[in-house]
Ligand binder design. Sequence first.
Ligand SMILES: [Zn+2]
Length: 77
Amino acid sequence: MGEAKVFCEDCGALTPNMGANLCADCYLRYRDDYVTVRNYVKQKQAPTVLEASTTTGVSVRRIQKMVRERMISIKEA
Ligand SMILES: [Zn+2]
């Protein structure tokens, strides 16, 4: 196993994968966004991705990424 590098999905830098194909800086922001969205999903009964995005300010694309990574469970519509 070598050191696998990826292009960060947020800033495009070639970087060791810190998780979710992100560099260290972007991964920290991603985790912050994740906490924001997760807290929102916990409060609200089954919100949609769009509702969560509108309310939290986290982009739809990023929330869909969280769903893909199985970090949160939320309706796709
Ligand atoms: Zn980055």
